[in-house]
Design a protein around this ligand. Structure first.
Ligand SMILES: *[C@@H]1O[C@H](CO)[C@@H](O)[C@H](O)[C@H]1NC(C)=O
Ligand SMILES: *[C@@H]1O[C@H](CO)[C@@H](O)[C@H](O)[C@H]1NC(C)=O
Length: 248
């Protein structure tokens, strides 16, 4: 069966002029968390299941640094956000019928959020430097704002999933998990940006559990919640991805 599905994926792929493979299945773009080695990391079981359930589905992980230092977190996030925007824009242009899903874990969730919602105040060096104790000074110039992907490019983005998002917005309709709806991530987006996230409505889900201080600011930090999202919500995310794929 697995062999058959892989063969099918090869046959279904249509190479575009830019060398982009359009797939009949779901194209998943993933951004891993801080210090995870290149690859699909903690989200691997989800992508494997989707590749089985939706024949022809393929996964691209964004090859960004995912570092805390060297380069500094926000430089790494900017790199990933830019690479992801390029990947989605190129895929949308080459494959007008190609359905996409974007998933990000921890720092990767911020990367995905920046790419689709844009980013505002958190880029200002004066604001961000005190947020990471021990961070070396940022020498690379960072833009003060980062514009979101235009809607003509994201029409076929059928799902957006965040796990342990540092930019989690309090009270957002897409929040899931046991964290208090009133709590926010340490780098939550400002109100001028949130309208761009709102365009995604039910396509978007952000998982955050009680005690994960990355997305659930103000709580006592425990390590388990931040690394357990796929274990706890993987099946429900797979269901969401399949339903979104089928209904678009
Ligand atoms: C992004 O980071 C990768 C390494 O992770 C590097 O090869 C690439 O040059 C960086 N790109 C930009 C635009 O900074
Ligand atoms: C989206 O619109 C921009 C600006 O009008 C254009 O350059 C780009 O090719 C469009 N992309 C797609 C996928 O339609």
């Amino acid at each position: 069966m697995r062999f058959f599905v892989e063969r099918l994926a090869l046959v279904a792929g249509i190479a575009s002029a830019q060398g982009i493979q359009c797939t009949d299945g779901l194209k998943m773009f993933l951004a891993r968390g801080t210090t995870e080695p290149l690859g699909t990391g903690l989200m691997t079981t989800i992508t494997r299941q989707i590749e089985q359930l939706i024949p022809g589905s393929t996964t691209d992980d964004i090859p960004y640094p995912a570092t805390l230092f060297e380069p500094t977190y926000f430089v790494s996030v900017l790199n990933g956000s830019t690479l992801l925007q390029e990947a989605v824009s190129e895929y949308a242009a080459a494959c007008p019928d190609g359905k996409m899903a974007l998933m990000g874990y921890s720092q990767g969730a911020q990367v995905v959020g920046n790419a689709i919602c844009g980013a505002g105040y958190a880029w200002s060096a004066g604001t961000i430097l005190p947020l990471i104790p021990g961070a070396p000074p940022i020498t690379e110039p960072l833009p003060l704002t980062f514009p979101p992907l235009p809607t003509n490019v994201t029409e076929n983005v059928v799902a957006v999933i965040f796990f342990g998002d540092p930019t989690r917005q309090p009270g957002a309709s897409w929040n899931r998990g046991s964290a208090s709806p009133k709590n926010r991530g340490g780098f939550n987006r400002d109100d001028s940006i949130i309208q761009y996230c709102e365009r995604y409505g039910p396509r978007m889900r952000s998982y955050c559990d009680d005690g994960d201080s990355v997305c659930d600011d103000g709580t006592v930090s425990r390590p388990e919640p931040h690394i357990s999202y796929v274990q706890n919500y993987g099946d429900e995310v797979v269901e969401h991805l399949v339903a979104q794929y089928n209904s678009h």
